[in-house]
Ligand binder design. Structure first.
Ligand code: CTP
Length: 402
């Protein structure tokens, strides 16, 4: 028997052009042995009929909040209680706004207000509706509350425009949902701290020293820890990434602020330092914008070394996390340098990665790492940064369970 066999999904279909894809979603969910029940909004039923959904689910389609027969058979509370997960696909701008505001004026929005189950949404709307400050605001709030947002994709739209707003493909949505349902919450009760992104070290009010870190690997780590049930804090320098769902995100700029935010977030059971902390800061950064000189020369910047956050966390006398993991970004002598770095910093594990320009690691989607512990090193295949995060968190789970 598979772990998914007794799982139940409540699929909420709202009124977007992508509603017709709900049929494919139902088919794929069922093909994976998962029970699926559907709530269809009134506008959703303009795009896809209850009859066609019913034929696929072999179950009643739930449409009305105040239906005497529905209430006697299956009320809105029971609908959400019965599900392991609620998936809203397609999710219109309207349902997202209702979810944010707690409006419950039909069956779909009432079920979503009445639930304490994990909620996934797959937005689908016109690009300008998606980019509107109201929608972005709503999405930001929903993410903070732990709602998992899948997509939307960028592409040509039914309305003839091009941009972000297309619903993700059903296969991709189902893959996310399945991997969530397959996870065991083995880090429930644990706390985790992750650093991510670059730091910015000011030179003057308009200039700074920084690096090309995208923050992707750290965000993926925070997301994987949180999905395994750990109460997770992410301390991050500036990135273009969306906050990971259910994670407390603290945004900082300088290394000094990152260190302070980390110390303020202790105690933590697990710490992962994935940030590309700028190694130096400008000693006396100028309060005024530095002017060009007639001579064409520039005065040298005086730099001081920044605090080492990984080293500080690893060498704390009290409150040291049980497991401290760092990265070793190297361009030569990968393993030797990483082994030395692990010893020198005092962390438990280090992930060595080659960041030479040709590898595309910095800013890219993939990562090729070696995990180095006190027992030696193991090479992992080239993987998406999300998969590196999942694999590391699975290792952490095993280590903590020992
Ligand atoms: N790190 C940190 N604080 C710093 C510098 C690095 O927390 N001021 C952490 C990084 O997050 C990473 C690890 O230390 O987990 C190694 O970072 P890396 O850039 O590889 O090494 P450095 O310590 O900066 O040393 P070097 O640049 O000499 O290789």
């Amino acid at each position: 028997m598979s772990i998914l066999d007794d799982k139940r999904i409540l699929l909420v279909v709202t009124g977007g052009i992508a509603a017709f894809k709900a049929l494919e979603l139902v088919r794929l969910i069922k093909a994976n042995g998962i029970h699926v029940r559907v709530v269809l909004t009134e506008s959703g039923s303009k795009f896809v009929t209850p009859l066609s959904i019913q034929a696929l689910t072999e179950d009643k389609v739930y449409t009305e909040l105040f239906s005497l027969t529905d209430e006697s058979e299956m009320g809105h509370i029971q609908l959400s209680r019965d599900a392991d997960l609620i998936l809203v696909a397609p999710a219109t701008a309207n349902i997202l706004a209702k979810m944010r505001a707690g409006i419950s004026d039909d069956l779909a929005s009432t079920v979503l207000l009445a639930t304490d189950k994990p909620v996934f949404v797959a937005p689908s709307m016109n690009v300008r509706m998606w980019e509107h400050a109201a929608t972005q605001d709503n999405i930001g709030v929903l993410i903070k509350r732990g709602v998992e947002v899948l997509g939307p994709d960028v592409g040509a739209m039914a309305c003839g425009e091009f941009g972000a707003g297309r619903m993700c493909e059903p296969a991709e949505i189902v893959q996310h949902v399945l991997s969530f349902l397959s996870l065991n919450k083995s880090l429930e009760g644990k706390t985790a701290l992750v650093t991510s992104g670059p730091t910015l070290e000011p030179i003057d009010p308009v200039r700074f020293i920084s690096n090309r870190s995208s923050g992707k690997q750290g965000y993926a780590m925070a997301s994987a820890l949180s999905k395994h049930g750990a109460k997770t804090t992410l301390v991050t320098g500036p990135t273009n990434l969306r906050d990971p769902s259910g994670v407390k995100v603290i945004k900082i700029e300088t290394a000094a602020d990152m260190l302070q935010a980390c110390l303020d977030s202790l105690p933590a059971d697990i710490a992962i330092c994935a940030a590309a902390v700028a190694d130096w800061r400008v000693v006396n950064n100028s309060e005024q914008k530095i002017k060009k000189r007639d001579s064409g020369s520039v005065s040298a910047l005086e730099l001081n070394e920044n605090p080492d956050i990984l080293k500080t966390l690893s060498q704390l006398h009290s409150n040291r996390p049980d497991l401290v993991v760092g990265f070793a970004a190297e361009t030569e002598n990968l393993i030797n340098n990483a082994v030395k770095k692990r010893k020198n910093k005092g962390c438990d594990w280090i992930l060595a990665n080659d960041v030479s320009e040709t590898t595309g690691t910095f800013g890219g989607e993939n990562n090729l790492v070696h995990l180095i512990t006190d027992k030696g090193s193991e090479e992992w295949p080239l993987m998406l940064k999300e998969d590196v995060a999942i694999r590391l968190v699975e290792k952490i789970v095993k280590e903590i369970e020992r």
